[in-house]
Design a protein around this ligand. Structure first.
Ligand code: UTP
Length: 225
């Protein structure tokens, strides 16, 4: 079974108000995929992580401590998805890549959050894709692909349907401190390039399109390869 890794943005999983209907539908799709492909999901921190990071920074915490708080939130989000997935998934989020690989031997779906300070779950999902020898990573985020400029600020921004790994690295530049980053983080982009792992960037709220991307079919978004 060809493995596939899904980087699930926290903003997709954690809406303003709990959207359990979305999480149920997502879980159903993931369970369907898992009968054809081994599925590894890495959940982001979203608004809850940003809340803690902002408050902690205001209170004087250092950046790596803020990262640790962010990691805790990504794992909390992983637990929420695990709850919706039931027995197909692992019971608690693996804390590192070795644990994730081991968990994949006994479960058709493995869900985890962050791993170590200084990166984001995009990088975690890229490193996990290397470890499990996935040829594609699907990044489900709040925009429907990579754009030439920020589509929320620039009305002339155009979606880029295809790009190379070198283009992606140019686009995401270098990272910063704890908190929100680009469409995909720069560490993750470098990992995907060195191991020639394709990246599909899709809008995670469009579940039919997300399923197509996870099944390796044509999808709307950006394909990096
Ligand atoms: P996210 O992966 O959600 O990062 O992790 P992000 O880029 O801030 O979120 P989006 O994609 O824009 O919504 C949340 C925070 O948790 C810490 C980082 O501080 C990150 O900003 N984190 C996460 C780590 O330090 N290490 C990890 O392995 C994962």
């Amino acid at each position: 079974m060809e493995p596939v890794v899904l980087s699930l943005g926290g903003s997709v999983l954690i809406a303003e108000e709990p959207d359990t209907s979305y999480i149920r539908k997502l879980a159903k799709i993931l369970i369907g995929i898992s009968s054809k492909r081994k599925l590894y999901v890495v959940t982001g921190g979203g608004r809850i992580a940003r809340y803690y990071i902002r408050a902690g920074r205001d209170l004087g915490a250092d950046e790596s401590f803020l990262d640790e708080m962010g990691i805790e939130v990504t794992r909390l989000n992983a637990r929420l998805l695990i709850t919706a997935l039931g027995d197909r998934a692992n019971h608690s989020p693996p804390k590192n890549y070795d644990e994730a690989v081991l968990s994949g031997r006994t479960h058709s779906i493995v869900v985890m959050g962050g791993v170590s300070p200084g990166i984001t779950t995009d990088a975690v999902s890229a490193l996990l894709a290397e470890r499990v020898k996935a040829s594609i990573l699907v990044n489900a985020t709040s925009v429907d692909g990579a754009y030439s400029a920020d589509p929320k600020k620039d009305p002339d921004a155009k979606r880029i349907p295809r790009m190379t790994h070198a283009d992606l690295i140019k686009l995401v530049g270098s990272g910063g401190g704890a908190g929100p980053h680009h469409i995909f983080d720069s560490v993750g982009a470098g990992v995907l390039a060195r191991s020639k792992i394709a990246l599909a960037i899709v809008d995670g709220t469009d579940l039919a399109n997300l399923r197509d991307a996870l099944e390796g079919k044509t999808f709307k978004g950006t394909l990096v390869q």
